[in-house]
Design a protein around this ligand. Structure first.
Ligand code: ADP
Ligand code: MG
Length: 233
């Protein structure tokens, strides 16, 4: 076990270093972005090049951002939160993107769910990543349904269902592997982030899919001990 402990210490040091570097990369990127935008407006000749530079910069930003989430699981604080409220917030955040892509965002949220102990922003990130993938799986539009409910006495579920192109049996095994993507402009990090965050919450992330029918991602999380229980026990 000594060896194991030392290994995980080293890992977290590397993780911290990586998170620090990722963070430091972002600041110069922001300043680069500003100057390229300035150039874009000033010179008609180089407009196209500037456009390419901006989209490449955005790509670096996306990868670094997803990497940051992976690298710093330490600094998170868990609080009791209403999952339905978190989902409603995410739905407003992503609403415009859905409309642009001809997607109808539906939701069926159960009443009176117990709270869960979670890092709100991380859970939002998971749901955003799942909905983004669902949108990208339906290039011709369709419906995405987000549902919540009780899985059993102590666990609730969050489901994101799409009517997209689905995932083949062979590909299901690869989900969550870093850089696994079937998209031209994918990073292949989104699901890895989801798995990592749900693991941090001691939850489960499951997937069910049928080619050309659609896909359901289901998150199962333990509900918080209610205040009442805490006082009486
Ligand atoms: P990215 O979205 O950048 O490709 P992800 O880790 O988010 O990376 O997803 C990895 C791969 O899993 C995707 O490229 C896609 O092939 C598959 N995938 C994920 N979600 C869905 C979905 N809802 N429907 C179909 N395929 C999906
Ligand atoms: Mg994705």
């Amino acid at each position: 076990t000594d060896e194991l402990i030392r290994k995980s210490d080293k890992l977290s040091l590397v993780g911290q270093l990586a998170a620090g570097i990722a963070h430091e990369i972002r600041n110069p990127l922001t300043s680069l972005r500003g100057f390229i935008q300035l150039l874009q407006y000033k010179s008609e000749d180089n407009k196209d090049y500037c456009g390419i530079m901006l989209s490449e910069l955005d790509r670096i930003n996306l990868i670094v951002g997803e990497f940051l989430i992976l690298a710093k699981p330490h600094m998170v604080q868990f609080n009791d939160r209403d999952i339905n409220q978190i989902i409603r917030h995410v739905l407003t955040l992503i609403g415009t993107q859905a409309i642009i892509n001809n997607i109808h965002l539906d939701h069926k949220l159960a009443d009176e769910l117990p709270t869960i102990s979670c890092e709100e922003n991380q859970l939002k990130q998971v749901i955003i990543n799942l909905i983004k993938n669902a949108i990208e799986a339906m290039p011709n539009g369709g419906t995405i349904t987000v549902e919540t409910g009780m899985h059993d006495e102590n666990h609730l579920y969050i489901r994101v269902t799409d009517e997209g192109n689905g995932i083949s049996k062979e590909m299901l095994d690869k989900l969550g592997e870093p850089f696994y993507t079937t998209k031209d402009h994918g990073t292949g990090l989104g699901l890895m982030v989801c798995y990592k965050i749900i693991e941090n919450h001691l939850g489960e992330l499951k997937v069910q899919s049928e080619i050309n029918q659609g896909t359901t991602f289901e998150i199962i999380l333990k509900t918080s001990i209610s205040n009442k229980e805490l006082v009486t026990s």
